[in-house]
Design a protein around this ligand. Sequence first.
Ligand code: 4AD
Ligand code: MG
Length: 462
Amino acid sequence: NVLVKDLYTKKRDFSDEPITISGWIRTIRDSKKIAFIEVNDGSYIKNIQVIAKKNALANFDDVVKLPISSTVKITGKLVETPDAQQPFELHAEEVKIEGVADPDYPLQKKKHSLEYLRTIAHLRPRTNTFYSVFKIRSLAAFAIHEYLQKYGFVYVNTPIITSSDTEGAGEMFRISTLDPDNTPQTDDGKVDYSQDFFGQETNLTVSGQLPVEAFALAFRNVYTFGPTFRAEDSHTKRHAAEFWMIEPEMAFADLKDVLDRSEGLLKYVINYLLENASADLQFLNDNVDHNLLELLHHTVDEDFARITYTEAIDILEKADVDFKFPVKWGIDLNSEHEQYLAEKAFGKPVFVTDYPRNIKAFYMRDNPDEKTVAAVDLLVPRIGELIGGSQREEREDVLEAKMKEFGLPKEEYEWYLELRKYGGTKHSGFGIGFERLLMYVTGMDNIRDVIPYPRIQGSIKF
Ligand code: 4AD
Ligand code: MG
């Protein structure tokens, strides 16, 4: 068997020998004596055109009646057609029918809306758009691992089931083996988790950061790459309840190292995709977002902008825009503000650093001004926030005081304080939302369309 990808990418010599391909019928046009069959074999976004002639095929009449999505195994001669739309075609000598599809197959030739395709998540990878998106998802994951491994980062698998709330935002999914209709109660009327599976309250992780920090203080450079869960009440196109995050963590590194490393990583991934997913990116550029390739080239060619939160507020206050949420030093930037900065003010990715300490997580390092922390968000055009990171508070006494100030139970974070107690080290890290990155590199506008089986508040089907 031959893969169609190898034919398009010339990994294989065109010889006179007959070849065999297996795939699914995408379209058939036929007249009485000849049929043109487009077959996709899964190895490449492009189909192979098969020419079937009545006088050359014993089962011609059965073949031309096949419904779309039927499975076939075709043997024939490959003929180069330099003047035609496709560079070659397969002249069938034998067509084995391996599976006849039901004629009411939902993906007929017409273009379907993305909304409709979400209702058939099990079939949508068969469309060109989702084929490209999920191919890119796989290649991007590989490129991320490749870049980080190349720079000596050790991959650490942090737990999915946890007892802490890393981000302190209270957006966790609880997990429990208790019978919801008959929960045991303590004397003061609370749920008695001592009878739960782990003997305590547990939840799905919102971030692997705290556990991976411990590994950074042993291996120097480490990263997580896994699923995270947030029960956020955000009905936007950029929030999912289950999403993947890449969290690199570096010992002996400060905030500037976070900016440099994350910019290097993003550019590497985009360059990798431009090289290894060019047919898919071209398809998405032609059919989904006409500015996609330009944006990606621009992203790798230009330095990202770097400003402080205070400068960002200044830019927003001077902007000739009526923001829904008024701008004032101390506010958490809203998505309209983030979009303005990335799209209008800079027209490229922009790092915003040194946010007010009160709107950020407890573990971020206090700046000498005592008003801000060594935090960074990367804002990118079309998406808004793509990365969140910071230098971590490595001073045991400062961290302990801050945990108290932020109302964190000391017993639960004893181990986290011990990382400082036993040789505190300057260290920093960041988290990339994998799906946000995929939206950026595919041009897709909704996070539901870059996740194979999205988990979004309000519904779950697959
Ligand atoms: O900014 P966040 O909350 O940062 C952290 O979790 C840190 N512990 C990261 C670190 O320093 N190691 O989340 C990081 C990124 C966001 O910038 C965003 O891209 C993505 O994760 N993200 C989501 N993506 C999809 N759906 C959601 N509900 C998301 N919440 C965050
Ligand atoms: Mg964030």
